[in-house]
Ligand binder design. Structure first.
Ligand code: CA
Length: 731
């Protein structure tokens, strides 16, 4: 009896004690604690800032009894500086951390492996935030999340603002241990990713071309992709047997692309473009792909970025080109008020293999204005069309397999549009398709970003003329503030560094600014600038070459900036040669530069030069550049010199517009390297319409890659050569 009792006691004492929670306050305490973890144990990081912390989390938990790394209070543990997280082992869970105010010293912020051979399995990262945790050098490539191993889950995380090069998140299939991985990526908030201006801005990639014939079996479900605008691909599938379902794509430029790999399913997703530029849907390439029950609305994208794109392939394609579409099933999708469906897209001498053995049935294509949105680029005899509906479109290239008649739509309780006539054979998405709510993704304790309204959101500060009254007011201004200038003369003795959105405004022509440094304004990291009604003279600037009225930071900038100039008058930038209105540094990027109803005269340099990426790597310096209703006289340099070199097809821009403007004696300076009044090199979308050119250098346009659209119309050229258009074909 006693012996038995002792035996029981002994057994109890070697039983693992109840799962232990250890609160650690320093990196040394963490490193000690992580050595001795047993299934069920938890390490808790104390609230506060953990700076320069490369977290290595290893251990072997058990099924249903994981080892956990978490925050004392979720959201109150900040991982900053040069930090990252690697997890390796089994049944590990990480939660509640916030990565911000820093970047990873390695190539990854969160990696599901310790080394190439030590991976994570059955492990989970949840309720974790990565907020602008970017390498300060824009084109230094790194990644936020890399999934390796098998049976891992990444869920309820919040990833916002990756603005340096490199995919935000990738599933890697590099070794056999990472294939057939059955990972689950769900309920994450993939928030705004700004335009990168280069390849390498994807939000999620599954696989790589080298391993694309391997099956991944990754499920991507119930995530929000909100303004994921990095480049042409929002999600790039480069492996087989993945399922992408129930996600919401909100105003995201680009498409979900079946780039490589076979047998993927994309179903029950909702794409809402809301008319935003270059918003796209689904692009189909390869074998056995299923596109089912997706709702695609308000998508404006064209070419490879359309609402639905079925590509042509390359016969006997190498792994990194385009396999033909074979045995695709595209059914019960609703394509509503979108601008482009492209079939046999990309057809050319190389991509000559048309889609085969494919089915397109029971889809609803509805456009309010009954415009044909379908473009057929090659033979589509290999696609069988049946039971689809079109809204009384005249001249549709799709004749059989469609009801082509007036359709009325009615908005249902889920917010989506369905045919009002219930007797119509079932076309489009199912009635029970659910639209994911942003609030049901990510974490509740970290706010999701609102609309990007940068200007005129703060207070108005009134200033009087004098020495540095503008300088002082700008230094004190908050984000979105407006400096309102009283009439009179202003002198600025220091360059005004703009690192927040700022508006400077005066009644047109009443406030005149002179400046004594090599630049009046410098747009720095985080800055955007709007000038309205100002007169700016270079008369007081130093007598040196290369001044500018406005410049960007001299260094790489992560945050895309805006520059708006309205109703303003710029004169006498001529104290020496090469005095520019606006100059930039390499590795900076403008979302938008807009000059409206303004005048420029007697300037020895360029007005806008966005020509700093000359290595022909597909990198460029600005997305939208627009000049309207403005006058230019006696400008020795170019009005606009925009350069985007290289043959990469991953981006949409740059876009350029010159409209209703007058140019006299522009570009004739001996230092004008472009020998043009306007030089556009590799610009994708140009409108030069309704302008007058007098005694100026010609417009020079060089097409480099893609299907650039250049419209030059309604201009008058006097003493100015006709525009010179060069086609440069890479293949
Ligand atoms: Ca890409």
């Amino acid at each position: 009896m006693i012996r038995i009792a002792l035996a029981v006691l002994a057994a109890l004492s070697i039983q693992p004690s109840l799962a232990e929670t250890r609160l650690v306050h320093t990196q040394a305490e963490y490193e000690n604690a992580v050595q001795t973890l047993a299934p069920g144990d938890t390490i808790m990081l104390a609230n506060g800032e953990w700076r320069d912390f490369e977290i290595l989390f290893t251990g072997k938990g058990a099924s249903g009894n994981p080892i956990t790394l978490t925050a004392q209070t979720k959201g109150e543990v900040l991982i900053t500086g040069q930090s990252n997280l690697r997890l390796a082992g089994e049944h590990l869970v990480v939660s509640g951390l916030v990565f911000r105010d820093g970047h990873t010293p390695t190539n990854t912020v969160i990696s599901f492996r310790r080394t190439r051979d030590d991976l994570a399995y059955h492990s989970r990262v949840t309720e974790t935030v990565i907020d602008r945790f970017n390498n300060p050098e824009r084109h230094e490539t790194d990644f936020w999340v890399m999934m390796y191993g098998r049976n891992n889950r990444f869920d309820h995380n919040h990833l916002v603002g990756k603005s340096n090069a490199g995919v935000t998140m990738a599933v890697r299939l590099d070794s056999a241990e990472s294939r057939q991985n059955h990972h689950r990526i769900d309920h994450n908030y993939f928030g705004p990713r700004p335009i990168l201006g280069s390849n390498g801005g994807e939000t999620l990639r599954i696989g790589t071309s080298a391993h694309s014939l391997a099956d991944s079996h990754t499920v991507v479900e119930n995530n929000v992709f909100d303004r994921c605008n990095g480049e042409l691909e929002i999600i790039s599938i480069k492996s087989g047997r993945n399922i992408i379902r129930g996600n919401l794509f909100l105003e995201s430029r680009g498409t979900l692309t079946f780039r490589h790999g076979n047998g993927n399913i994309v179903e029950d997703n909702v794409f809402l473009g809301n008319g935003a530029d270059h918003t796209g849907g689904i692009r189909v390439i390869n074998f056995d792909q299923v596109v089912r029950n997706n709702y695609l609305s308000g998508l404006t994208g064209h070419r490879f970025g359309g609402a639905l794109v079925v590509m042509n392939g390359v016969p006997n394609s190498p792994l990194n080109r385009y396999f033909r579409v074979d045995n695709a099933l595209i059914e019960n999708n609703s394509i509503i008020n979108s601008d482009h469906i492209e079939l046999a897209a990309g057809s050319d001498a190389e991509r000559s293999a048309t889609p085969i053995n494919s089915v397109f049935r029971s889809n609803l294509i509805f456009n309010e204005v009954r415009r044909n949105i379908v473009t057929v680029h090659d033979d589509i005899g290999g696609i069988a069309f049946s039971g689809n509906a079109l809204n009384a479109v005249g001249g549709s290239p799709l004749e059989s397999g469609f009801i082509n008649a007036g359709i009325k739509l009615r908005r249902a309780g889920n917010g989506l549009l369905y045919p009002a006539d219930e007797s119509l054979p079932k076309v489009g998405v199912s009635r029970n398709l659910e639209v994911l709510d942003r609030a049901d993704t990510g974490v509740a304790w970290y706010p999701k970003p609102g609309p990007d309204n940068r200007f005129d959101t703060g207070k108005t500060v009134n200033i009087a003329p004098g020495l540095d009254s503008l300088t002082d007011a700008a230094a004190a201004a908050g984000a979105g503030d407006v400096i309102s200038m009283a009439p009179g003369d202003y002198l600025v003795s220091k360059t005004i560094v703009v690192d927040r959105p700022l508006t400077v405004r005066a009644p047109e022509g009443s406030a005149r600014i002179e400046f004594e440094r090599t630049a009046l304004f410098e747009i720095a990291e985080g800055g955007s600038l709007k000038l309205d009604g100002l007169t700016i003279s270079g008369a007081a600037a130093p007598d040196v070459a290369g001044n500018s009225a406005i410049r960007t930071s001299r260094y790489s900038m992560l945050t895309n900036y805006l520059l708006v100039v309205e109703n303003s008058h710029i004169e006498d930038l001529n104290t020496n040669h090469s005095f520019h209105f606006f100059t930039i540094a390499g590795h900076t990027f403008a979302d938008n530069i807009q000059i409206t109803d303004s005048s420029f005269h007697d300037i020895t340099g360029n007005i806008l030069a966005l020509d700093e990426e000359t290595e022909d790597l597909g990198i460029y310096n600005g997305e939208y550049i627009s000049i309207t209703g403005s006058r230019f006289q006696n400008i020795e340099g170019a009005i606009a010199d925009i350069y985007r070199g290289g043959t990469d097809e991953s981006t949409f821009g740059p876009h350029f517009e010159l409209r209703s403007s007058a140019l006299a004696s522009v570009g004739q300076g001996s230092r004008n390297r472009s020998q043009a009044s306007i030089r556009l090199h590799g610009v994708q979308d140009s409108d030069i319409v309704d302008n007058e050119f007098i005694d100026s250098q010609p417009v020079r346009v060089t097409h480099i890659v893609g299907d650039p659209v250049t419209v030059i119309a309604g201009n008058r050229f006097t003493g100015t050569p006709e525009p010179i258009l060069l086609e440069f074909s890479p293949r």
